[in-house]
Design a binder for this molecule. Structure first.
Ligand code: ATP
Ligand code: MG
Ligand code: MG
Length: 586
């Protein structure tokens, strides 16, 4: 494994560990504590991070950055990472999303309940399991004079919040008594008030330069069915209130989020301090750190836009191989090792920037070059007939499974009189510098013989249909003296009688603009109309045995994966993962 480069978060953690900041047992009885004890370990010197997706969509490549960061820190510092479903917003959440997120986290190599292959300790939590504690925390804020029920309309709340240049105005309900606030908040909980008729707000400072501190909403009335708690609640906590409490209950030490949340940190700290004062939490409390989210060219990494692409059927579904969802990336043939290399390479910083999509592709190439066995595939087939080769004869040629790994051995590819070659490997009138097949020229059939081109046949429209050649019988690769004839061209081929005819999807970028939707364009207008092309190719026989998810390098072409949805045993369909070289036309 590649050691992760140091970054500012690692520096903070190393300092905290050196100071033994988390050495003391605290928050006894919290869920983190219980889970920890059930594993037989009570080691509170550990750091704890969390990956907290909201189950309202599929994970995308940006989430992979956060997953490798949080789970990776836990692994490297012998800490714990929590997979936490941040499911406090019932309308947009569903079990389907919970399932796919779990699936993808595991796919990237992390599990929970110590079920992680690389040994990192992890645990699984649902924020909705804490609704009772969140409710208690809200009552505690009320009791201590730090929250009030506001009955202004949503519009009034918005207007009275003020702007960046103007302070907000106090709500007429701001100075209710503690008793009234408590009574009305309980009525809210008990379903006595209509949805949207009132809000519980933290009482902080309507003149704060940080608008997030101008009495933010912390609970709202919403009669919505929740995928975990059903109809138990008709009030739900706001994300900004719920999230710090989730972190505290799970004894998270380093709560790492993206830069958009920097402005929320004062509220995060305010809430922690109030809950410590109220005796609900003990120090040290969790602390929030922000890092730059991943911005990747040629894709969109926003759940809202991804949902739009799927629902409006611009793609075939959440796992369309062109989508930057992890489900799509897996179907495309991208690998967890490739994502790990990518996240290590781009690092973690505090400043937003754009990462070029080709960096991700390079990482996938690098990893696949190492791991993918080689196969031969002719993507644009044309017949090559060896005129002097006997009819009905066939023979074995031997192709290495991986040129840099001789221990992976060789496999048999059959040679016979009629072969498929790439259309572009023949030119009747050769261009300057062309050294593949043209009348009179000699090339090597890779792993086979040297052949001399004799000419071609054409159809009425003048298209070449068959190329003719003759082979030099004593030039077979791997036999003594085989290289006595020197040739410049070396082309791949498959025997027509033995070939597996397969459907292959050639994928390209889904967007033609590096920054889809930049300027005043709609991002949908930047969709690349040629992002997929389906072809019928001729593959070497052994490719027919591919299992769904197997990835190969098709020599001279790139990396291809047997599609996990449309392949059936004995009839795999392949997706192009990435070409051998970057050939995107900018
Ligand atoms: P979106 O903005 O697409 O709706 P989100 O941030 O709302 O995504 P969550 O499910 O809340 O999605 O994200 C879970 C975690 O993943 C959060 O901690 C978030 O910071 C992180 N994350 C989301 N997008 C990115 C990104 N592009 N780069 C790095 N981390 C990300
Ligand atoms: Mg979110
Ligand atoms: Mg978001």
């Amino acid at each position: 494994p590649i050691p992760a480069a140091s970054n500012f978060i690692r520096a903070i953690i190393e300092k905290d560990l050196a100071e033994n900041k988390y050495a003391q047992k605290h928050w006894a009885g919290s869920p983190g504590d219980a889970a920890h004890q059930s594993t037989g370990q009570v080691d509170f010197a550990k750091i704890r991070t969390r990956f907290p997706p909201e189950p309202n969509g599929y994970l995308h490549i940006g989430h992979a950055k956060s997953i490798f960061l949080n789970f990776g820190l836990a692994r490297d510092y012998n800490g714990v990472c929590h997979l936490r479903f941040d499911d406090t917003n019932p309308e947009k959440e569903s079990q389907e999303y919970v399932d796919s997120i779990s699936d993808m986290v595991q796919w990237l190599g992390f599990g929970w309940n110590n079920n992680t292959p690389d040994g990192a300790e992890t645990n699984l939590y649902f924020a909705s399991d804490y609704f009772d504690v969140m409710y208690q925390a809200a009552e505690a804020l009320i009791t201590h004079g730090h929250a009030y029920v506001d009955e202004q309309t949503a519009e009034e709340v918005r207007i009275n919040r003020g702007t960046l240049t103007e302070p907000g105005k106090d709500s007429p309900f701001r100075n209710r008594s503690v008793e009234d606030n408590l009574r009305i908040f309980r009525e809210m909980r008990d379903g006595k008030h209509a949805d949207g008729s009132m809000l519980l707000r933290a009482k902080i400072d309507m003149a704060s330069p940080n608008i997030n501190m101008r009495d933010p909403a912390i609970y709202r009335i919403r009669r919505a069915h929740h995928h975990n708690t059903g109809d138990e609640w008709c009030i739900y906590p706001m994300y900004t209130f719920a999230h710090p409490i989730e972190d505290a209950l799970e004894q998270i030490t380093h709560s790492i989020c993206t830069l958009e949340f920097e402005d929320q940190r004062p509220f995060y700290d305010w809430l922690m301090a109030r809950l410590v004062e109220a005796g609900l939490l003990a120090n040290p409390v969790p602390y929030q750190y922000e890092f730059a989210r991943l911005n990747l060219t040629y894709v969109v990494l926003s759940k809202r836009k991804l949902i739009q692409l799927v629902e409006e059927k611009h793609v075939s579904g959440w796992d369309d191989p062109r989508l930057p969802t992890l489900a799509g990336a897996r179907r495309r043939g991208y690998t967890p090792e490739g994502f790990k290399l990518f996240t290590d390479r781009i690092g973690v910083s505090k400043a937003d920037s754009w990462i070029d999509y080709s960096i991700l592709e390079d990482c996938m190439r690098e990893v696949l070059n190492e791991s993918a066995p080689r196969k031969i595939a002719v993507l644009d087939p044309i017949k090559l007939v060896i005129d002097n080769y006997p009819e009905n004869q066939e023979e074995d040629c031997y192709a290495p499974n991986h040129p840099q790994k001789p221990d992976l051995g060789k496999r048999v590819v059959k040679l016979s009189k009629e072969l498929w070659i790439e259309r572009e490997d023949f030119m009747e009138e050769p261009a300057k510098g062309y050294f593949r097949l043209f009348p009179g020229n000699m090339v090597r059939l890779r792993y086979g013989y040297v052949v001399k081109c004799l000419g071609c046949e054409k159809d009425a429209a003048g298209n070449v249909t068959i190329v003719h050649c003759e082979y030099l019988t004593d030039t077979k690769s791997g036999t003594p003296g085989s290289d006595s004839v020197k040739v410049k061209g070396n082309i791949h081929w498959v025997s027509a009688a033995h070939a597996y005819e397969a459907e292959i999807r050639l994928y390209d970028r889904l967007f033609k603009d590096a920054h889809p939707g930049s300027g005043d364009k709609d991002f949908l207008d930047d969709i690349n109309p040629d992002s997929v092309r389906s072809i019928t190719a001729q593959l070497e026989q052994s490719a027919q045995e591919a299992n769904a998810g197997d990835i190969y390098q098709f020599e001279r072409h790139g990396y291809f994966v047997a599609d996990r949805k449309d392949s059936v045993p004995g009839k795999p369909v392949f997706n192009r993962t990435v070409t051998l070289r970057d050939n995107w036309q900018k």
